[in-house]
Design a protein around this ligand. Structure first.
Ligand SMILES: [Zn+2]
Length: 283
């Protein structure tokens, strides 16, 4: 029988589809880690950190922006760009087009990233936040284009960039068009760097695949939330390839900090304060 999300048998497993559709039961949310339930309002006040075990639950892009930016300072850009279907992709789950429609209805977003500009502790920033609930935060042509446009805007208006990632990687239904976005976004960030403007990358659970292999790892400072899975291939793929059991905590933030892949692990409650200090040092 297929395992359910609450039947833990693998330390390194990515909680399936994250919390928003699986864990909500009325006004209560079940923590995917300790499995204790918390009243939604209490969780909201706690920035969606489980009060029992400190697990950082997935939050959507708009909530994240609300937690990070000064009230009413966010101006969204490029919100109307939507995916085309260059390969007319079809698989056993149906057409790519239908799936995009489903994600739009589910999230109220047009794509897997929200970009714009605003103020963080009164400091101007361009910010992009990936939303895992939209196709696993995958990067297709639209995500790549929106990141690139935002970074180019930051260059023109001389502003620093923050990107908060949570992604399964490149969007396979767009084939090579999605892989091209890795080079495109990296080139845009190269331009930012040439213009001596800073980029802070914030990694949240999970950040994997083509997003890790491109813009997410190009931060002047790379911050991760606690216990986030960060890697290129996920642990299950690695285990199947090398036919060995991986150590506990493999590819989690703390492991990646110890091995020099990232610069800091920061609790969500301290994230805004930390970003504000960094923006101060880097400007
Ligand atoms: Zn918990």
């Amino acid at each position: 029988m297929e395992k359910k999300w609450y039947e833990r048998d693998d330390e390194n497993r990515i909680p399936d589809k994250v919390q928003s559709e699986n864990m909500v039961e009325g006004q209560w949310i079940k923590c995917p880690d300790c499995e204790k339930i918390t009243y939604i309002e209490e969780l909201e006040k706690n920035l969606y950190i489980c009060p029992k075990c400190s697990y950082h639950l997935n939050i959507d892009a708009r909530k994240r922006i609300g937690f990070l930016l000064d009230e009413n300072s966010f101006e969204e850009i490029d919100q109307d760009i939507t995916a085309s279907d260059p390969l007319q992709f079809l698989d056993t789950d149906g057409s790519y087009k239908d799936r995009i429609g489903k994600y739009m209805r589910k999230t109220g977003l047009n794509e897997a990233i929200v970009t714009g500009k605003g103020k963080l502790d009164k400091k101007d920033v361009c910010i992009g936040v990936l939303d895992f609930n939209f196709s696993g935060g995958s990067m297709g042509s639209v995500v790549g284009e929106k990141v690139t446009r935002m970074v180019e805007r930051a260059v023109n208006e001389r502003m620093p960039v923050i990107i908060v990632s949570s992604s399964g990687g490149a969007r396979m239904q767009e084939g090579i068009f999605s892989l091209m976005q890795m080079a495109k976004t990296s080139a845009a960030l190269g331009l930012l760097s040439k213009n001596k403007l800073s980029f802070i990358s914030v990694l949240t659970h999970p950040t994997t695949g083509g997003v890790t292999a491109s813009f997410a790892m190009l931060g002047d400072v790379i911050i991760a939330e606690p216990n986030a899975l960060i890697g290129f291939a996920g642990p299950r793929v690695i285990e199947q390839t090398i036919k060995q059991k991986l150590p506990r905590g493999f590819q989690r933030s703390e492991f990646q900090l110890e091995h020099g892949l990232i610069d800091m692990v920061v609790n969500r409650k301290d994230l805004k304060k930390t970003l504000s200090s960094l923006l101060g040092y880097l400007s």
